[in-house]
Design a protein around this ligand. Structure first.
Ligand code: UGA
Length: 442
């Protein structure tokens, strides 16, 4: 099948490479020439495990090409166009859909009259967007389907090639719906043959499913972080509490890791955009709780800053602080709304001498915040620290030898903002280990 993928960020780059690996002839489109050149060379413009190999194989096979000038490079030949552009947060919290609109314009401008391609939206959009875009496409004879994506950064290749489920949001018109379903069935044929569940529904359900999934995940994290607040007030241990909850398979242990909270390019912006959309629709009350989810999440960052301040005697000015982690989660170099980087910057703003260490994200950090002191080697980063904050649970940090680490610092105090370290091991090596929502030790 000839397929185009408009937007080559995390979602689009992985989707394009995955579709090519399934045997399709894929054209990846992006406005960023540097990104397109890197991808065309088989080099991912961001760190994503497994993507380099997948890209290189697909590019070498000739089934995957990238362009900034799609009209000249065969966009019109594609039978199926995926829209995978970003929908960042606007100032008022709503989603900025300008990239989605311009991707649609690109398709409309290139598609010849009578070609009747299928356009599949994958970007995360406010409910109601698909209906509006379908109206714009109607005159061209194209069919719009909504096909949300659930991949996680750091697991994007695995999630794309082995998804839990595939969702089709189809138009109400039966003939159009059939065309849309057939196009997606052809694109995903090898995955469907493995028995991956396929749920066909209407546009609003497909749009809402994505928002509901991310809201539920964010709520789960904030729920356990709210319990961490209660544990902090009472001497309880949120890790033991989460373990006990997790044995109930109606609840499950996943996404109950208490700590500095969620960040990244999706969960924070998606819950705010969902609230903004619900308010527009006059059903804001239904999602008031998501404002609390957001507030609990922000309070965790405040708590970590306050803990650091307390252990530095109330004033951080001039104190040496080492922050282990900058990416919003391990196995990613993405620092968008990263709790780790946020806390590091807040401490630096208060005058602390902050040193940041991250195995993958420092190039981005140095570009965005040239004033921050950065170190690639964790042991070198620890040198002279009066307090250490573990804020992204990279395996490199978890594997640190606490005795060796203690030899580097000025004072062995670690704030374990991800509850990722073994408190017993660190305490034995002389550390004061401060977990979040855990009784103090050391
Ligand atoms: C999230 C969803 O998990 C994906 O299903 C979705 O497709 C994606 O957003 C998206 O909308 O594109 P992602 O942002 O890559 O994926 O990362 P997550 O693994 O969900 O982690 C988000 C944040 O929550 C991270 O900062 C992580 O450290 C934090 N987190 C996660 C916790 O604090 N506790 C947990 O128990 C789990």
């Amino acid at each position: 099948m000839r397929i185009s993928v408009l937007g080559c960020g995390y979602l689009g780059a992985v989707h394009a490479a995955a579709l090519a690996s399934l045997g399709h002839d894929v054209l990846g489109v992006d406005v960023d020439a540097a990104r397109v050149n890197a991808l065309a060379d088989g080099r991912p413009p961001f760190f994503e495990p497994g993507l380099g190999e997948l890209l290189q194989r697909a590019v070498r096979s000739g089934r995957l090409r990238f362009t900034t000038t799609p009209a000249d490079d065969g966009l019109a030949d594609a039978e199926l166009h995926f829209i995978t552009v970003g929908t960042p947060q606007s100032d008022d919290g709503s989603a900025d859909l300008s990239a989605v609109e311009s991707a649609l314009d690109t398709i409309l401008a290139a598609v010849p009259v009578g070609a009747r391609p299928v356009v599949a939206g994958k970007s995360t959009v406010p409910v109601g967007t698909a209906k509006r875009l379908a109206e714009r496409l109607a005159a061209s004879g194209a069919t719009l389907v909504w096909n949300p994506e659930f991949l996680r950064e750091g697991r994007a290749v695995e999630d794309t090639l082995h998804p839990d489920r595939i969702v089709y949001g189809l138009p109400d018109d039966p003939a159009q719906a059939r065309r849309g379903r057939e196009a997606l069935d052809a694109a995903y044929a090898p995955l469907l043959a493995e028995g991956i569940p396929r749920i066909a529904t209407n546009y609003p359900t497909a749009e809402l499913v994505k928002m509901a999934a991310n809201s539920f995940l964010a709520t789960k994290i904030s729920f356990i972080n709210a319990m961490a607040e209660l544990c902090e007030a009472t001497g309880g241990d949120v890790v033991a509490l989460a373990d006990v909850l997790g044995y109930d398979d109606r609840i499950g242990r996943k996404f109950l890791r208490a700590g500095v909270g969620f960040g990244g390019g999706c969960l924070p912006k998606d819950i705010r955009a969902f609230v903004a959309r619900a308010e527009e629709l006059g059903v804001g009350d239904a999602l008031t709780f998501l404002k609390q989810v957001d507030a609990i999440n922000q309070r965790r960052r405040d708590r970590v800053v306050a803990l650091a301040e307390r252990w530095l005697g109330g004033d951080v000015a001039g104190a040496r602080v080492t922050v282990l982690g900058a990416a919003f989660k391990p196995d990613s170099d993405d620092v968008r709304d990263s709790p780790a980087l946020d806390v590091a910057l807040r401490l630096a703003d208060r005058g602390a001498l902050v040193r940041v260490c991250d195995p993958r994200a420092l190039d981005v950090v140095e570009r965005l915040h040239p004033g921050l002191d950065t170190r690639r080697d964790p042991l070198a980063a620890l040198e002279g620290a009066e307090v250490v904050l573990l804020l992204t649970e990279w395996q490199e940090f978890i594997d640190l030898d606490p005795a060796e680490a203690a030899g580097q610092v000025a004072r062995p105090v670690v704030i374990d903002g991800r509850n990722a370290l073994d408190p017993g091991r660190w305490r034995e090596a002389g550390w004061t280990h401060l977990g979040l929502g855990r009784p103090p030790s050391g």
